[in-house]
Structure formats: structure tokens, C-alpha cells
Design a protein. Structure first.
Length: 328
């Protein structure tokens, strides 16, 4: 933050429970200026139940999210929702606007909804999603729901953000079976067969159970719940499964390992993001007459890594890049 006073005012408003301050804090993180905020508020995190929802497009994730919010509010809990949309290739803004499906909750002061654009970030999430989760947690939300883009094979990153991961599938869709084959099977804490009134719903449940038998689960065994989100059917059972998983995490102590792994993933992503930008700056200034192995070695040496990808490379060719790296 360039203006310390502005940052102090924002923190004071945030801690006073001003929802507009929460919105501004998330915006700061999206713009890459939220480090000071996260540093100040991080000690207040770790209390919320964080739930991630993923699955192929068209499965009804937004409708499920809305139904879960309605159920959780009936239980008297406050909720934060992060709806990650794919990005427009032109404006880089959110494309689908999934908040439209959450309109019934707009006037509820205890529900905070934020739509975020993925901006090409792999894993179905926006780059600042983890920051937004931390901010909603620190703000005092009891439950934080993260709904991902729904791009299939690269969606496993949601498991690094949420304590409980829901994988939603719909009957009669080949995409569902493909998702299960793509590695998403391993991240599910709860499988949700939505649109359970479909004639092929039971067949999909059998397919899920069959694929689960191929894995050896240690500890928690994923539960399977059927829902009809449009009518609110099965949402109570879904929340009960989420609550059981949360209780198991805390009682077994597994939540410490899970959150430590999530912390390591987040630190790794932040560090790699900074390194990637510095590497890109270096590559942009690399001479045209140098081969890629020599250039990569020179970049690595700039970070103190010697004997890199091409330990027997051309020393003279690398010298032109070293000076560039040192200047970063």
C-alpha cells in the first residue's frame, strides 16, 4: 500500500465489520497490493469451514451453491461465497456472472458474495482466491464457499484451498465419467450427484462407487450424496456430509496436515509467481544469438543455482545474460 493511512483506515473498517471494507480488501489482493492486509489479518484466520465446489460445466454448481447458502443461513451461520468465473479474452473480466444465480441472497447482510475472474489461472481458480478466502475467514464468516470455473482436468487446485472439496456430477453426461478419470476422483471429500431425478442418476452413482473401489482410502472415505438443487432436495444431507467431514478433520487432527499442505502450496505459488515475472523479464532481454539451454543456465545462475539444465554449456554465450540477471 502506497498510503499507510489508507491501509490503516481500511483495516479499522474491516475489523469493525464493514462489508464494504471486505470488498475493498479483496480488490486490493486482486490487484496484487494485498500483502500488508493479509499479513495483518492472517492471525485471525483458520476458524471458518471452507468448502470448495467443482465439477464440469452445466452440472448446476451455482444452483447448488445457492441452495447450500440457503440451508446454512437457516442454521444461523454467516456465509461468504467466492464464485470464480472464466475470463473474457477481451476485458479479462468475469464472463458468466454466476452471481445472477445467487440473487435471492443479495439482500442478506450475513451473506457476502464475490465474483472473481480466473484470468487464465490454471486449476479453475483466480490467482487471489486464497487471499479472498483468508479475508472472509478473518472477517468472521462461519462458512466460506468457493465455486470454481468448471474446466475439468485442471480443477484439482481447489483441494489446496478448501478444507472440504465437493465434486458435483450430473447424470447422462459423458463429461462426468471423464472428470472421474482425470484425477478429480482423488480430491473429492463428498461426491454430489445433482439433478437426481434424471433416469440415469442411479447408474452414475454405481459408476462412482465402482471407481472408488479402485482406490485405497486411508482415513476419510468420500461420501456420495444425491441432490436436486433447484428444488432444494438433498441439501440437508449434503450439509450433513460436509459437517461430518469437518468433524473428522478436527477430531483426527488431519486438518493440521491439510492446512499445512495448503500453506506450503500457497507460499510456493507466491514465490513462483515472483520468480516467473523476474525470469520473463530476463528472457525478454536475452540476446538472439544464445541457445535456450545456455540462457536457462544463465537465468538459474542469477538466482545462485549453478550447474543447471546444461552444466557443460557454452560459458562465453552465457555471459551476455548474466549481466542482465544481475541488473534485476
Amino acid at each position: 500500500m502506497n498510503d499507510p493511512r489508507a491501509g490503516t483506515d481500511l483495516l479499522e473498517a474491516f475489523r469493525a465489520g464493514d462489508a464494504r471494507a471486505l470488498a475493498r480488501a479483496i480488490t486490493r489482493c486482486e490487484s496484487g497490493r494485498g500483502a500488508d492486509l493479509i499479513r495483518a489479518l492472517y492471525p485471525q484466520t483458520g476458524r471458518a469451514i471452507t468448502v470448495g465446489l467443482t465439477g464440469p460445466p452445466g452440472v448446476g454448481k451455482s444452483t447448488l451453491t445457492s441452495a447450500i447458502v440457503a440451508h446454512v443461513r437457516k442454521l444461523g451461520k454467516t456465509v461468504g461465497v467466492i464464485s470464480v468465473d472464466p475470463s473474457s479474452p477481451f476485458s479479462h473480466g468475469a464472463l458468466l456472472g454466476d452471481r445472477i444465480r445467487l440473487t435471492e441472497h443479495f439482500t442478506d447482510k450475513d451473506v457476502f458474495i464475490r465474483s472473481m475472474a480466473s484470468r487464465g489461472h490454471l486449476g479453475g481458480l483466480a490467482g487471489a482466491t486464497a487471499d479472498a478466502v483468508s479475508l472472509m475467514d478473518a472477517f468472521g464468516k462461519d462458512v466460506v464457499l468457493v465455486e470454481t470455473v468448471g474446466v475439468g482436468q485442471s480443477e484439482i487446485e481447489i483441494a489446496e484451498v478448501a478444507d472440504t472439496t465437493l465434486v458435483a456430477l450430473q447424470p447422462g453426461s459423458g463429461d462426468s465419467v471423464q472428470v472421474l478419470k482425470a484425477g478429480v476422483l482423488e480430491i473429492a471429500d463428498v461426491f454430489v450427484v445433482n439433478k437426481s431425478d434424471h433416469p440415469m442418476a442411479l447408474q452414475l452413482q454405481r459408476e462412482i462407487r465402482s471407481m472408488m473401489e479402485m482406490l485405497n482410502f486411508s482415513g476419510w472415505v468420500p461420501e456420495l450424496v444425491s441432490t436436486q438443487a433447484l428444488e432444494g432436495k438433498g441439501i440437508d444431507k449434503l450439509w450433513a456430509a460436509i459437517a461430518r467431514h469437518d468433524a473428522w478433520l478436527r477430531e483426527s487432527g488431519a486438518i493440521r496436515d491439510k492446512r499445512r499442505a495448503a500453506f506450503a502450496h500457497r507460499v510456493r505459488q507466491l514465490a513462483l509467481g515472483t520468480l516467473e515475472r523476474r525470469i520473463d523479464d530476463t528472457i525478454a532481454q536475452t540476446p538472439d544469438d544464445i541457445d535456450p539451454y545456455a540462457a536457462a543456465d544463465a537465468v538459474l545462475e542469477g538466482f545462485g543455482v549453478h550447474g543447471g539444465v546444461n552444466a557443460v554449456g557454452n560459458t562465453r554465450a552465457r555471459s551476455g545474460v548474466r549481466a542482465t540477471v544481475k541488473g534485476l
